[in-house]
Ligand binder design. Structure first.
Ligand code: DQA
Length: 146
């Protein structure tokens, strides 16, 4: 099984960026954690981070025919991007939405998730562990579909 893991804007600044909210570990540590989680699950992953909405749309489109599942933290684009929602719907690859923080307990402008409307599950507030749970959930989901 091959999964695409997408991280949106400012997640490259993990560790520096609001550590009280997003933690003290940096993006390289997240990549290490993702690789270990993929090995644990016995799946292959490709990780992609961009600060640009269109680049994320391009990456989702490029996943068509190349990957079985998508784990996505669209970051701020979660709350604004119909383009990312439409791309996820267009490729129809099972996707799980992840947020490091508990978005549900934050500002009102974070209470809408467009990307989440195209996802089979949302995991929030668990830090890096949320990505691990997303990978394990997707694997289980796809095995049950087969
Ligand atoms: C985030 C939550 C978003 O509201 C925010 O804009 C982010 C990160 C999270 O992982 O908690 O950039 O997606």
């Amino acid at each position: 099984m091959r999964f695409l893991v997408i991280n949106g804007p400012n997640l490259n600044l993990l560790g520096v960026r609001e550590p009280d909210i997003y933690g003290k570990q940096d993006y390289a540590a997240l990549l290490d954690f993702l690789q270990k989680s993929a090995e644990e699950a016995g799946v292959e992953i490709r990780c992609f981070q961009s600060n640009h909405e269109g680049a994320i749309v391009d990456e989702i489109q490029a996943a068509l025919g190349n990957c079985d599942g998508i784990v996505i933290n669209p970051a701020a684009y979660t709350h604004t991007s119909v383009a990312i929602l439409d791309a996820l719907k267009a490729v129809a690859i099972p996707a799980v939405e992840v947020h490091l923080s508990d978005v549900s307990a934050r500002e009102s402008f974070r209470q809408i998730s467009y990307a989440g409307m195209a996802c089979i599950k949302t995991i929030m507030g668990l830090g890096f562990q949320g990505y691990r749970q997303a990978i394990l959930f997707l694997k289980d989901y796809l095995e049950k579909q087969a």
